[in-house]
Write a protein that binds this ligand. Structure first.
Ligand code: SF4
Length: 346
């Protein structure tokens, strides 16, 4: 009987190595990559590389191709928001609800194992690598709550963990599994060399916006001012783009940082106020208003637009304000850098 394992593959080194260890032990491996809506690499591909690398496969697909295994990309973003809004086990160092996130994903894996006829699942998790979600107790909690007790193999750290069903039943040889633990990347790099995996993405600032300090500040600001329960997919996207500033509980401003972000923000103009200075060139500024926009607020936002423009900073400039097809011109002098700093969320 051919034993089949379904693995969570991000395209990073650890999950690729875990898959490679099992492939080399004769296990039939398929990979799953969950798209949560908070994935940094996905955003980079879809947004920054827009139009230039449209057809470039994701890291997960490339690594799966290198290993010669099948890969499934599954969009879980629709159902994922509650995990971020109210995690039972709380957040990590930033707004990353890693324990709840893993439970949510592993429950999905349980269903996919049935669908794809897999005998067990595996991950590239390394014991002790992440203090919040990869210590022994957290790994046990995640297993129990996802209904997968004994069915999650972690090939990179298996020697430090209790034997799993695939090991007890002899589907995989426990003696050939790894004993990596801790935060150093050196053992993985050595194993990659040994396994002939030469090309793999370097960890660069994390894979998840929820673990990013800047994104977390913006998300926290949203929760404080709008309420967790009101987070939508559109908010999740807009929190990834531009500089974010806040005038009050009712007025939040997003400033494009380059042409791509400016163009991107223009897609979201509907129901929002826009400010720009076409005569000299400026950032595209979007304002989200709860209730009516007051003249004081529009004046203040015009000053922000003037700050992020090529206009002279010490004299009034004509700022165009648009909303729902109507427009007006405001005269505004740019805020100073110190004034702007006080308004910035991050
Ligand atoms: S870093 Fe993000 S994707 Fe990874 S477990 Fe934590 S919340 Fe989930």
């Amino acid at each position: 009987m051919k034993i089949k394992a379904l693995g969570m593959l991000s395209g990073g080194l650890d999950s690729t190595l875990a898959a490679k260890v099992l492939v080399d032990l004769g296990v039939e491996v398929e990979g799953v990559n969950f798209s949560t809506g908070f994935c940094v690499t996905e955003h980079t591909r879809n947004f920054r590389d827009r139009g230039t690398h449209k057809d470039r496969p994701s890291d997960a697909f490339r690594m799966a191709e290198n290993l010669g295994i099948r890969m499934h990309i599954i969009d879980i973003s629709k159902d994922y928001l509650p995990v971020v809004q109210s995690p039972k086990y709380g957040y990590g160092a930033n707004m990353n609800p890693c324990v709840d996130c893993r439970i949510f994903m592993f429950k999905r894996m349980r269903k996919l194992m049935d669908e794809y006829g897999a005998h067990f699942m595996f991950t590239g998790e390394v014991l002790g690598q992440r203090p919040f979600s990869q210590h022994k107790q957290a790994l046990k909690t995640i297993e129990t709550e996802s209904g997968l007790t004994g069915l999650i193999l972690r090939p990179l750290s298996a020697a430090h963990l209790d034997p799993t069903i695939p090991e007890v039943k002899g589907w995989v040889d426990r003696a050939k599994l790894m004993a990596i633990n801790g935060r150093s990347r050196k053992p993985q790099e050595a194993l990659a060399k040994e396994k002939g995996l030469e090309e793999y993405p370097q960890p660069a600032g994390g894979c998840c916006f929820l673990a990013d300090p800047g994104y977390s500040l913006r998300l926290r600001d949203f929760f404080t001012n709008n309420g967790k329960e009101n987070l939508t997919h559109e908010d999740v996207i807009l929190l990834k783009v531009g500089r974010h500033l806040r005038l009050s509980k009712y007025v939040k401003i997003i400033v494009g940082r380059n042409e791509r972000e400016n163009n991107f923000l223009k897609y979201y103009e509907k129901k929002r106020h826009s400010f720009s200075i076409p005569s000299v060139g400026s950032a595209f500024v979007l304002a989200e208003i709860k209730g009516e926009l007051t003249p004081q607020d529009s004046g203040a936002i015009a000053r922000i637009a003037a700050r992020y423009s090529d206009a002279p900073k010490d004299q009034p400039v004509a700022v165009e304000h648009g909303f729902e097809g109507r427009s007006e011109t405001l005269q505004a002098t740019a805020y100073s850098e110190d004034e702007i700093k006080k308004l910035r969320i991050n």
